[in-house]
Design a protein around this ligand. Structure first.
Ligand code: C5P
Length: 404
């Protein structure tokens, strides 16, 4: 694990009982070489006194936007520029809402708006508040803006409830923080090809058959694999997503196009990940002109032809065969169907998800998956696809190369 040597971390502490754990967090960050300055919201000061953080960080604690004395020592813009990264722990529901809305109504929110440093949150709140659609929407807004969320964990809460919303333990926050800013290079020097999004099969020049795949999972894996050191080729069906930095993107439309591009990429890759929702059948004939409803037929029979199975072809190779990972989007008997696909398609690993589950699936920013290989099954708790992607990359690297 790399360290935080010479990193200047602005630690934002907001109101919540978990604020007491952040005193220890200051120490743990310093243990890894970081210098820490603390900003407390008014709420945080109800739980822990600024003096505690001042003594631990060795620096004055910043509390007010409009305090002339504090501004004279280090103004808020200076402080925003000083930070290499901003970590808010605990991040309350209120802080998340204010950041999502771009408010600048206290020192912490102003600093976040004024700083270009990466922003990382460790949320902590009551389980019902965390689960509330408003908080979930704020989490997604922030995540889409590049903010990383560490946790929350689940378990018993100070209020007596049980569920998600506990702040992660300080050591866990430090480990995940390091992983977020400098992910372990588990795929260094490896080449990874990923299919993502739907395919589209033309019926005539204006109509097509397709599905609801958004491509989010495949794109998130492409980004995580790149950050883990891989050289990534992303073969994308028609989706509205930006190409992650450093990724080579090949845009395709039909299954045949995706098949060709995937085979080409698979010749030169160590890992092939099929996250695309490929259309299984295509029209046997594509009409040269738009099919007209005035042609006399009230009903018509659509003749379909089976498309090639891209992942099965690549997994069935006898030479130049990469480590092959498939996805199984199911609506029932998830495990049974996924295991069947793992065997039938000769995959090394399959990642199964229940697309009827409101916690994930097509178009959602979240997902809940089970990772299955020949010998084991591992359920990963529901999380943002971006977070899941990081975990999946770690698991795939471990299985493909034993962590080397
Ligand atoms: O469609 P199905 O549920 O069989 O998809 C399982 C896996 O196979 C997925 O990883 C998907 O990307 C892949 N697949 C493929 N080519 C197809 C159909 C599915 O690569 N024609």
């Amino acid at each position: 694990m790399s360290s935080l040597a010479d990193k200047r971390i602005l630690l934002g502490v907001s109101g919540g009982i978990a604020a007491y754990k952040s005193a220890d967090l200051v120490r743990r960050l310093q243990d890894r070489g970081a210098s820490v300055r603390v900003v407390m919201t008014a709420g945080a000061q109800e739980f822990v006194r600024p003096l505690t953080f001042q003594a631990l960080s060795g620096n004055p604690v910043h509390t007010d936007l409009l305090d002339p004395a504090a501004e004279a020592a280090m103004g808020h813009i200076e402080l925003a520029k000083w930070a290499d990264l901003i970590l808010i722990a605990p991040a309350s529901a209120s802080v998340m809402a204010r950041l999502a809305a771009g408010m600048a109504d206290d020192l912490l929110s102003t600093l976040c708006l004024a700083s270009e440093a990466p922003l990382i949150l460790a949320p902590a709140m009551n389980q019902a508040m965390w689960r509330h659609p408003a908080t979930q929407a704020n989490a997604q807004t922030l995540n889409a803006r590049g903010v990383s969320l560490l946790g929350p964990g689940a378990g018993s809460q100070a209020c007596g409830d049980i569920g998600p919303g506990r702040m992660l333990e300080p050591l866990d926050i430090v480990a995940r923080l390091i992983d977020t800013i400098a992910p372990e290079q588990v795929l260094k020097g490896k080449r990874v090809a990923i299919t993502a999004g739907p395919t589209r099969e033309a019926l005539d020049p204006v109509r097509y058959l397709s599905n609801h795949s958004s491509g989010k999972m495949g794109f998130a894996i492409a980004e995580a694999a790149t950050r883990a050191g891989a050289e990534v080729t992303l073969i994308a069906g028609p989706v509205r997503l930006a190409t992650p930095a450093g990724v080579t993107r090949v845009d395709v439309v039909s299954t045949d196009d995706m098949h060709r591009a995937a085979n080409e990429a698979a010749d030169h890759c160590d890992i092939f990940i099929a996250a695309a929702a490929v259309v299984d059948f295509r029209p046997a004939r594509v009409a040269a002109q738009k099919i007209k409803k005035e042609d006399g037929n009230d009903t018509d029979v659509l003749q379909l032809t089976k498309n090639p199975d891209i992942v099965a072809d690549i997994a069935g190779r006898s030479a130049l065969r990469p480590f092959v990972v498939g996805f199984a989007a199911e609506t029932e008997k998830v495990l049974e169907h996924a295991r069947g696909k793992l065997q039938r398609k000769h995959l090394d690993m399959i990642i199964a998800n229940d697309v009827s589950n409101p916690e994930g699936g097509f178009n959602s920013d979240r997902n809940q998956v089970i990772v299955i290989d020949g010998s084991s099954e591992q359920t990963l708790p529901a999380a943002l696809k971006t977070e899941l992607a990081k975990q999946l990359v770690g698991i795939i690297a471990e299985r493909a190369f034993g962590g080397h």
